[in-house]
Design a protein around this ligand. Sequence first.
Ligand SMILES: Cc1cc2nc3c(=O)[nH]c(=O)nc-3n(C[C@H](O)[C@H](O)[C@H](O)COP(=O)(O)OP(=O)(O)OC[C@H]3O[C@@H](n4cnc5c(N)ncnc54)[C@H](O)[C@@H]3O)c2cc1C
Length: 341
Amino acid sequence: MSTSMTRQEFLRSIALGALSLQSVEELATQWAPEKNTMTQQNDTFSDVIIIGGSYAGLAAGLALGRSLRKVLILDAGEPCNRQTPHSHNFLTQDGQVPAHLGAVARAEVLQYPTVRLRRLWVNMVQAIEGGFQVSGAGAEVFQGKKLLLATGVKDLMPDLPGFAESWGISVLHCPYCHGYEVKKQELGVLANGETAFEMVRLIAHWSSGLTLFTNGPLSMEKAQVEKLQAKKIRIVETPIRALEHQAGHLQNIHFVDGSRQTLKVLFARVPFTQSSSIPVELGCALTEQGHIQVNDFKKTSVPGVFAAGDNTSPMRAVAAAVAAGTMAGAMINHELIVEEF
Ligand SMILES: Cc1cc2nc3c(=O)[nH]c(=O)nc-3n(C[C@H](O)[C@H](O)[C@H](O)COP(=O)(O)OP(=O)(O)OC[C@H]3O[C@@H](n4cnc5c(N)ncnc54)[C@H](O)[C@@H]3O)c2cc1C
């Protein structure tokens, strides 16, 4: 792979899947700074600062780079799907390794000479005259006219040994992302109450061999229990002690009474929080569920602050994050145009 590759050659190679992950990573890290005309010093002032450089942030960066905007993307490099071996349901990239998706996205976006990306955890954002000031660990301070929060969310793992290690590998959150690969297999659902009924009903579409683990006394309406029984869904109420796994691949569920059950796949939902306190500190309104409130144009309740991706929506999918980021990029550019023209 040569960094003298032209833009068209690069795009064609990516489309044909002809570049290895290593080659794409090299392009993302080496090629862009060579081609970018913004100097390190010029990172200080941007039209737009994007916090979070994963699917939503990079999609916005692409739209803004193509709109000739000076963009600084600050990213800690920890997308929520980083532990899952394969990402599904994103058109043209179905089954792709998440790290590869991210590397291709960075290489594509950083071709645009006015876009820069820094590995940095942002811990301070404040409104200043005409925009925002942002900083992380270290003395550097960045200023931008507009701010996009593409920070995703943080999934909160339960205090159950083996759960976090298996998250995204054999403990799965979403059948649209990972259901097809485990269809018609013996599956488990870890949930209780109304969530349990909804999840069982959903997952049963992919497999009828289903066990509901309530991890304590079942809490469900009688009519719902009868429906589960009619569908031959097994219900196990014994509290769980641990998930036994090999490198994240579930083997057995161990219960507090000393018994165990062999199981390869478990569906579970976990609570989340915003990745950081930045949205709240800026004064962005949140929804009841804890997402950043945005309008159709990805504007938050704070003038000049936009948000896109998982931090704004329960529809967690790469395609949805990319769509939201693309919309945010165009709307930020539009707002700047209206202010300038
Ligand atoms: C286990 C798992 C498996 C999944 N599998 C699939 C799948 O197969 N198909 C699918 O379509 N979707 C899948 N998803 C959903 C998909 O990964 C998300 O919808 C998508 O990653 C959201 O993109 P995002 O850019 O909004 O956030 P993320 O991808 O989560 O990225 C947020 C980025 O912001 C950075 N960040 C956060 N705060 C700061 C800060 N203060 N300073 C600097 N950087 C910061 C993070 O480090 C991260 O890089 C999966 C999700 C999970 C959890």
